[in-house]
Design a protein around this ligand. Structure first.
Ligand SMILES: Nc1ncnc2c1ncn2[C@@H]1O[C@H](COP(=O)(O)OP(=O)(O)O)[C@@H](O)[C@H]1O
Ligand SMILES: [Mg+2]
Length: 234
């Protein structure tokens, strides 16, 4: 089956430092993302995973390269276009949740402009298993529950693409697995998920697995033996 490419990153270069201290966080990285796939990018700490995901998410800028997302090269976007892109096109889930701690769970989910429909936000909280928690503050919830709030917030954008940076990295095994099961369901409902992690066992649930090392892609494979999130052990 011919699959549609929705993101095509080509020859991405991102350096930090200069002179003797110059280092390549991304050294000619080319990665395609196919519509509706669950792509897992694995690699050790410092291999460039977060840098890559932040470029896709329009959070940071590359030195050179092309990032075609649904037909637009976001590298050429103005700051204003990037703001809209981050708001409308991409959902982001971070290792440390990035919730705002002095507003409620519901207010976090409704934070973005265009995300102000309360009924929909309540529905999403129910969807991620947090019915009844809407008026709590993030600190009153467990890490796993906070990550679910972050996922509900990301889902509230109706974006087709969900980018997850070590979404289980700050969680205990049980809540980590519950978050993976939720991401699996969201993928099955039609979202494209790109998850980066140093936990290679998580790659078992991917449709496709890309391995990064020292700012480069070192392998790329289709996963012929996809396992359920509930079967991931690490
Ligand atoms: N803001 C920054 N300033 C300097 N170096 C950075 C910065 N961000 C990332 N790096 C470096 O780039 C490399 C890749 O980092 P990162 O993308 O965070 O790796 P990973 O997410 O795979 O652990 C690392 O060597 C890291 O130290
Ligand atoms: Mg990282």
């Amino acid at each position: 089956m011919e699959q549609k490419v929705i993101i095509e990153a080509k020859d991405l270069i991102k350096t930090y430092g200069e002179g003797e201290g110059l280092m390549y966080a991304l050294n000619k990285v080319s990665i395609k993302v196919y519509e509706h796939e669950f792509l897992v990018i694995v690699g050790g700490s410092g291999s460039g995973k977060s840098t890559f995901l932040n470029m896709l998410g329009g959070i940071d800028k590359v030195d050179s390269g092309v990032i075609d997302v649904l037909g637009d090269d976001i590298v050429k976007f103005s700051d204003k276009e990037l703001t809209l892109y981050r708001r409308d096109t991409i959902g982001f889930v971070y290792q440390f949740f990035n919730l705002i701690n002095d507003i409620t769970v519901l207010q976090n989910v409704m934070l973005a402009p265009g995300a102000r429909d309360k009924e929909k936000a309540m529905e999403l909280l129910k969807r991620v298993g947090l019915e009844g928690k809407e008026n709590k503050f993030p600190r009153q919830l467990s890490g796993g529950q906070q990550q679910r709030v972050a996922i509900a917030r990301a889902l509230n954008k109706n974006s087709e693409i969900l980018l997850c940076d070590e979404p289980t990295g700050a969680l205990d095994d049980t809540s980590g697995k519950a978050v993976l099961e939720l991401l699996e369901e969201i993928h099955n409902e039609g979202k494209t998920v790109v998850l980066v992690t140093h936990t290679k066992e998580i790659a078992g649930m991917a449709n496709r697995i890309i391995t990064m090392k020292n700012g480069k892609v070192v392998s790329e494979e289709v996963n012929d033996h996809i396992i359920k999130a509930s079967e991931v052990v690490w």
